[in-house]
Design a protein around this ligand. Structure first.
Ligand SMILES: C[S@@+](CC[C@H](N)C(=O)[O-])C[C@H]1O[C@@H](n2cnc3c(N)ncnc32)[C@H](O)[C@@H]1O
Length: 271
């Protein structure tokens, strides 16, 4: 038997982590994901020289182990993202949303689970190109490490291949020396965006109202109640007529909210 197999969580241990993750992240981890969770946490057990998941659970619940708890939770979130992901949303912005808002002096947009920043900079590039000024962009995530990456805005070239060449030239700089093979988003765009840690499953801080919210590829991790609650509260921060973009694999079907669907994965607040 390998060392790893010895440390696999038993049912009671897995339930403890399941509850902790639900409570702290609003994320429901089904039984089938047990191996995934234990594989992700395994390196922390090793780093802390702990051999059983129950002991690691006790450790991260100590008040002086907040950092360790944060690290553990950050290993649980799935942060996969890329530039101009789900391009139909960006087409809709360019072809319908932005032309309709031409006479509105200020636009407010929220990327509500922005991960390492690719989503928010995609939006920023499109806004800078199509609108110039007159926009505010808030990016948020539960994962502070991802927000730090978003703030840095340094990406390996391969991850930037979905940025249109013309945008890459205009809004990014090529790295040199130790940053060869990377690019960095220009300071003008970096300064335009605001990043902060917001936990979607908890009451939002005072963030104002938005004309458009990107809530993409995060609801899939929530259980039904959390999903319904998050969508209801996100709808409340939309201006009347404001839009909500969700991931194309996500659906608001069955949720009682004041939204009408205008296209796949695009909803609009009614009143
Ligand atoms: C798969 S990424 C999606 C990134 C981007 N929206 C996209 O579609 O490419 C999911 C993000 O949701 C964040 N997340 C998970 N649970 C969250 C919560 N309760 N509150 C805020 N963000 C959360 C994760 O940290 C992760 O960065």
């Amino acid at each position: 038997m390998t060392e790893h197999a010895l440390a696999a969580p038993n049912d009671r241990e897995f339930k403890l982590f399941q509850q902790l993750i639900l409570q702290r992240l609003g994320i429901h981890v089904p039984e089938q994901k047990k191996t995934l969770v234990s594989n992700r946490l395994w390196k922390r057990l090793q780093a802390r020289n702990v051999h059983r998941f129950a002991d690691y659970y006790d450790l991260i619940n100590r008040p002086e182990e907040q950092r360790e708890l944060t690290q553990a939770l950050e290993l649980i979130t799935t942060n996969e993202t890329y530039f101009f992901r789900e391009p139909r949303h960006f087409d809709f912005m360019r072809e319908q949303f932005l032309p309709a808002k031409r006479n509105q002096s200020q636009l407010r947009i929220w990327s509500a689970a922005c991960s390492s920043g690719e989503e928010i900079y995609s939006i920023a590039m499109l806004l800078a190109d199509q609108r110039g000024n007159g926009w505010e962009l808030l990016g948020s995530d539960v994962n502070q490490t991802m927000l730090d990456k978003a703030r840095q805005a340094i990406y390996i070239d391969d991850r930037a291949r979905h940025i249109p060449a013309q945008y890459r030239q205009r809004f990014c700089r090529k790295g040199t020396g130790p940053y060869a093979g990377h690019l960095r988003v220009n300071p003008e765009l970096r300064q335009k965006i605001q990043l902060r840690r917001i936990q979607l499953h908890e009451a939002f801080p005072d963030i104002g109202r938005f004309d458009l919210v990107f809530l993409r590829n995060v609801m899939i991790y929530f259980d039904d109640n959390t999903r319904a609650d998050v969508v209801r509260r996100v709808t409340e921060v939309l201006n009347p007529g404001g839009y909500l973009f969700v991931g194309h694999a996500e659906s608001l079907h069955g949720l009682r909210v004041d939204l009408k669907q205008v296209m796949p994965a695009i909803y609009q607040r009614r009143s």
